[in-house]
Design a protein around this ligand. Structure first.
Ligand code: ADP
Length: 454
């Protein structure tokens, strides 16, 4: 039997006045693989622990198969958990570790056959007589997984089960978990802060920020139609380009979205989505451009719905199968501070001297203020004292912190580009996101139905 798990308006505080989970509602279907995704500290584990019965629910309801389960004992919930720290008993062999919950469940029963069947499923039969200290990290996590699945629980809760493993092993075990849970058909709630893991595993992904659900949808939905700038920036590699823009809708001229020194001219006749932008006339917005929405090509090859801008090559990142080109387009880039790890040192060497802890510290410092004020910080606010106005660098880059350009574009490795080249860029306006100052997506229209196969 596999469970339906529902949370209705669930909240939790550890200290009075600070909700670490705030009004969360989620319906997880029997057999579904749902990933809870969010930055560290956003409440993911707390949600999982409330489902497991390891943490009390302050407000709201937990339903298991439609029955209120807030007060059920953990054992009565018939749910198995897998943690990131493997949680194996060091004094027991793998066989005993896997069999332990079975012996607890039914003291008279012989767990042997179930342990063997589980070990076969996980490919760990030859490890059954070893102790945890004799196993590698990946093997230990397989045994931990075995302990969870041997019980035939009606739901699995997995809390960052792969985060202590190296990248190669993580990818392999990720595929194994996907296959295993599909075969078992057991409802699984999986917690991670790794968006790639979430996208590759989840039937649906629920994105949390500060204890509040931002969006829940299939990986394709959250990628293609993010509800707000946080989801847009969290999901996708390389991170979406966020630029400060301003909507210009003159009565007697073409509608444009100004991006600093350049503008995106919206094609006429205006689409319904672009007409809806008219009400933003004169307002500042945040424009979201995924790296695949912009291509390097001249005006003559523009397709309908593409707008031309130009970019100055700041940096070329060779990735093997593709190239990421960092352009300076003279616009003002923005970031979601909670998601902003220190940028890679991908700047031209001549500017490296300006890079230092001071700049990142200031960004982090501003992040706090920005969180109170709004979802994004526009980087022009971060004046670099080492860069006096009128210096050569100021002529080619937007004012403020010198990041490697303001726009990252993907292209094929055969394209030859070098620092300082001026390059024409075509922007696919149908796939440009526009967010308002609260960070909510206003274009494409928020109620547009996902048409993801088009
Ligand atoms: P995540 O799993 O997303 O990293 P958690 O659910 O572990 O986040 O934690 C959410 C917030 O609640 C964090 O700020 C964390 O410090 C806090 N927290 C978690 N457990 C406790 C606890 N037992 N007592 C007090 N605060 C806690």
């Amino acid at each position: 039997m596999t469970r339906a798990i529902s949370l209705h308006d669930v909240s939790k505080s550890y200290t009075r006045g600070t909700r670490v989970v705030d009004g969360l509602s989620l319906d997880i279907a029997p057999g579904e693989f749902l990933v809870l995704l969010g930055p560290s500290g956003c409440g993911k584990s707390t949600v999982l622990r409330m489902i497991a019965g390891l943490e009390e629910i302050d407000e709201g309801e937990l339903l298991l198969d439609g029955e209120r389960a807030n007060d059920w004992q953990p054992a009565a919930r018939d749910i198995a958990m897998v943690f990131q720290n493997f949680a194996l008993y060091p004094s027991m062999t793998s066989r005993d570790n896997i069999g332990f919950p079975l012996r607890i469940e039914d003291r008279g029963a012989d767990p042997g056959p179930r342990v063997t069947a589980t070990a076969r499923m996980l490919g760990v039969e030859d490890l059954l007589d070893r102790y945890p200290s004799q196993l590698s990290g990946g093997e230990r996590q397989r045994i931990a997984m075995g302990r969870a699945i041997a019980r035939h629980a009606s739901a699995f809760l997995m809390d960052e089960p792969l985060s202590n493993l190296d990248a190669k092993l993580r990818n392999r075990l990720r595929a194994e978990i996907a296959q295993l849970t599909r075969e078992l058909g057991v409802t699984t709630v999986y917690v991670t802060h790794d968006q790639a893991e979430a996208m590759s595993l989840g039937d649906r992904v629920a994105v949390l920020r500060g204890g509040v659900l931002q969006q829940v949808g299939t990986p394709r939905e959250v990628y293609a139609l993010p509800r707000n700038v946080f989801v847009a920036a969290f999901i996708g590699v390389p991170r979406i380009n966020l630029l400060q823009g301003v909507v210009r809708a003159p009565l007697d001229g073409a509608m444009t979205i100004g991006l600093g020194k350049q503008a995106l001219r919206l094609p006429e006749p205006l689409s319904l989505d672009h007409r809806l932008l008219r009400v933003q006339q004169g307002r500042e917005v945040i424009v979201g451009l995924r790296s695949e929405v912009v291509r390097i090509a001249d005006r003559d090859s523009a397709r309908p719905g593409e707008a031309l801008i130009t970019g100055l090559v700041e940096h070329v990142e060779f990735q093997g199968h593709e190239i990421l080109v960092h352009f300076n387009t003279g616009s003002r880039p923005a970031v979601v501070p909670e998601l902003e790890a220190p940028r890679p040192a991908a700047r031209p060497p001549r500017r490296r001297r300006r890079e230092g802890p001071g700049m990142l510290d200031r960004l982090r410092g501003r992040a706090g203020a920005a969180l109170r004020a709004g979802p994004v910080v526009v980087l022009e606010d971060l004046e670099d004292p080492e860069d006096p106005p009128g210096s050569p660098a100021s002529d080619t880059a937007p004012s403020g912190v010198r990041l490697p350009g303001d726009l990252v574009v993907r292209t094929t490795p055969d394209v030859r580009l070098h620092h300082g080249m001026q390059v024409p860029l075509l922007v696919d306006l149908d796939r440009v996101f526009v967010f308002d100052q609260d960070g909510d997506r206003i274009c494409p229209s928020p109620d547009r139905l996902p048409d993801l196969d088009a």
